[in-house]
Design a binder for this molecule. Structure first.
Ligand code: PXP
Length: 247
């Protein structure tokens, strides 16, 4: 039987809606509670250096409100690392961050020697402070090997290229890369997550990769919730991933 798969709901874009008008609503913490009520396994939020959507107060409220684990997405910026050490999320996920980007544009490149050293240091500081660390990386063997050397607790594959691919051949190629990388990572003993750009359609092939044990999904769920409500949107995603996992 195929193993179960966890769903982490990323609620950043509830805050994006709020910031579009600078209002006090919608409240991301309420979104976190509703996602938990709908059955997700964890809540994910990205405290960006520019605070463009999620703010420090959102993180504090979410952390207080929910019972499921909180996964804080973050860069290795010193102030952000210090903030994480104070609030102690159950998990941190280190991502690269550039101010001008629309969203996270790629995995954190730990094959690059300079990045490797900086990430290694941040991982140590976080782990010493009792925060487990996941590294968001591209599905590539060298990145996975370095994640192992750095001492990451888990990894999350960037599915951005797969999600953006338009032609059948490119979709197949990107999917194969993820499949191979997931098998390689599992052999090294990693818990494997994946995410970025996953929607209600492209998720169907991803969940068939049995080595992937967790998906972190935000934008598509929050977009659907505008029409059908957040509980229904999370439930629909859960239904899709669970039924397709069994196929
Ligand atoms: N995982 C990581 C590491 C991310 O950076 C993001 C985007 O914040 C997601 C998952 C969720 O991506 P999306 O909003 O495209 O579903």
């Amino acid at each position: 039987m195929a193993s179960a798969i966890r769903l982490g709901v990323n609620i950043d874009h509830i805050a994006t809606l709020r910031q579009a008008r600078g209002t006090s609503y919608p409240e991301p913490a309420i979104g976190a509670l509703l996602s938990e009520y709908a059955g997700c396994s964890s809540i994910v939020a990205h405290l960006r250096e520019d605070r463009r959507h999620i703010k420090g107060r959102d993180i504090l409220l979410i952390k207080k409100a929910i019972k499921v684990p909180f996964n804080m997405e973050m860069s290795i910026n010193k102030d952000i690392v210090e903030f994480a050490l104070k609030i102690k999320p159950e998990q941190s996920t280190l991502v690269p961050e550039r101010r001008q980007e629309l969203t996270t544009e790629g995995g954190i490149d730990i094959v690059n020697k300079n990045n490797y050293k900086k990430v290694e240091k941040a991982v140590k500081v976080l782990k010493d402070g009792g925060v487990s660390v996941s590294l968001f990386i591209d599905p590539n063997e060298k990145q996975i090997e370095n994640a192992r050397k750095i001492g990451a607790d888990m990894i999350e594959f960037n599915t951005g290229k797969y999600s953006e691919a338009k032609l059948a051949a490119s979709i197949k190629k990107e999917l194969l890369k993820i499949k191979k990388a997931a098998a390689f990572a599992k052999d090294l003993g990693f818990f494997v997550a994946a995410g970025h750009g996953i929607d209600y359609e492209n998720v169907k092939e991803i969940v068939k990769i049995k080595e992937i044990e967790e998906l972190n999904i935000g934008h598509s769920i929050i977009c659907r919730s505008v029409f059908i409500g957040l509980v229904a949107a999370v439930e629909e995603m859960l239904g899709t991933i669970q039924s397709r996992r069994k196929e």
